[in-house]
Design a protein around this ligand. Sequence first.
Ligand code: ADP
Ligand code: ADP
Length: 228
Amino acid sequence: MIEMHDVWKTYADGTEALRGISIKVNPGDFVYVVGPSGAGKSTFMKLMYREERPTKGQIFVNGFNLERLKQRKIPYVRRNIGVIFQDYRLLPKLTVFENVAFAMEVIETPKRTIKRRVMEVLDLVKLKEKAGSLPTQLSGGEQQRVAIARAIVNNPAVIIADEPTGNLDPETSWGIMKLLEEINLRGATIVMATHNKEIVNTMRKRVIAIENGRIARDEQRGEYGYED
Ligand code: ADP
Ligand code: ADP
């Protein structure tokens, strides 16, 4: 599902963010990515959704070699990866419905299909009643649920979540966590970077720890392992 073979990333200013990462994530896995600030977690995530390119090494997602991808295949690969950010990144002038629909419009889905599917995912994230609201009219937790709806609307095989609970209080974070767990149980592979020690230590899923651009731990029922 996701594989990295000896992946290195050096930014233009010379910062070595990743230094020889090799991992394999299987279909249906739920993986936490932990580590100190500046360790390379975001870079690791960005490489998977092709926001950044590696300096060296190979990355495979959903069977595609991201480093040998023809330009015209990129939208197809992106459609099969849902991305969730700490700061939600909703379009502020669009309603909840429109924010979610947008992800389907860009791949030219028929209007009727869009309507049905958007309401289906808004129902899943319990926001059907807010379909006509603007993002500013929602709480942080609700905005993140819209972002999750947007991420899953095209039924991607892989969900990449970079600190999705980073701006949320503990109760709201648990709500988001339960939602991601449900999405995982419905078949999506989820890779989630987090600083939420309580969540990682309660859920006991696979934990990949990155320190100094290298894999420091990779455990099937891992723990957070840091004091922050
Ligand atoms: P984390 O998500 O674990 O905090 P990052 O992947 O964001 O780590 O950053 C890893 C290292 O790469 C840090 O030293 C950071 O300052 C650096 N870095 C991140 N993005 C860039 C960039 N665009 N240009 C230069 N250095 C960067
Ligand atoms: P909701 O109010 O929508 O149920 P909550 O955030 O209260 O959302 O809880 C969502 C789920 O997470 C519930 O099943 C709850 O039992 C669980 N949960 C909430 N807080 C914790 C916690 N600290 N540790 C473990 N599970 C929790």
